[in-house]
Write a protein that binds this ligand. Structure first.
Ligand SMILES: CSCCC(=O)C(=O)COP(=O)(O)O
Ligand SMILES: [Mg+2]
Length: 225
């Protein structure tokens, strides 16, 4: 029986276009100014020290161009987005079906957690400043690439251990089949979000749902609005 829902963000709770056309350009445009303003900040210096190559800023820009899910980049993006979420220039996009289902699952006693390549700080900003309001009280766990990469089975075993939950009680939701394969290899239940508006291709290896109410029906979760 499922006791915990572990959800991805991009392509699952939120539009791929929001991440790629709003969040990523916001960070790219603000990167130089942010690094200049924070050049004496030891936290920023420590992140830059994790970036390989003779020109860390060039490496970061290359990672941005290729959407590399490198932990130092994801950490910096989260730090840059913070000002935008706090002053209202950014608001976390959620598909309209998401918040009602998260609320219903939480009210029915399911535990909710997030696993995204976006940093934990960024995850909290998105759900704390979402189009549906502050959803942070619904969640009791946040995991990013510091636990491991999303296409590696060991990451899901580590998350199950951190949550203190048998892997078979955790339902992982994602649009990316390689992530679902990795989760299944560690014994998690899985469901692929195949959202038409995101153009996701069904992989045929996991349960497939176009939205969160369909996840509820397919995976035996409590009924949702
Ligand atoms: C505020 S979370 C931003 C999402 C992000 O940076 C990203 O790379 C998306 O990764 P996901 O694992 O959610 O698909
Ligand atoms: Mg995704």
């Amino acid at each position: 029986m499922i006791s915990t829902v572990l959800t991805d963000i991009e392509g699952t709770t939120s539009a791929i276009a929001f991440v790629k056309e709003t969040l990523f350009p916001f960070a790219e445009q603000a990167l130089a100014g942010f690094l200049e303003a924070r050049r004496d900040d030891p936290e920023v210096a420590a992140i830059l020290a994790e970036v390989p190559g003779p020109d860390p800023v060039a490496t970061l820009r290359g990672w941005m161009a290729e959407d590399v899910k490198a932990t130092p980049l994801k950490t910096l993006q989260g730090m840059i987005w913070e000002a935008g979420f706090r002053d209202g220039r950014l608001r976390g996009h959620l598909w309209p079906d998401v918040a009602p289902c998260l609320r219903a699952w939480h009210a029915a006693g399911l535990r909710l957690a997030v696993y995204s390549s976006g940093s934990v700080a960024a995850q909290k900003l998105l759900f704390g400043h979402s189009e549906a309001g502050d959803l942070l009280p619904l969640f009791s766990g946040f995991f990013d690439t510091r636990v491991g990469h999303k296409r590696e089975a060991t990451s899901y075993a580590a998350i199950a251990q951190a949550l203190g939950t048998p892997p078979g009680e955790i339902l992982f939701l994602s649009d990316v089949v390689e992530e679902l394969d990795a989760a299944a290899a560690s014994g998690l239940a899985t469901c692929q979000l195949v959202r038409p508006a995101d153009g996701t291709a069904p992989a045929g290896r996991h349960r497939e749902a176009p939205d969160f109410p369909a996840v509820s029906r397919l995976c035996g979760l409590p009924a949702t609005p």
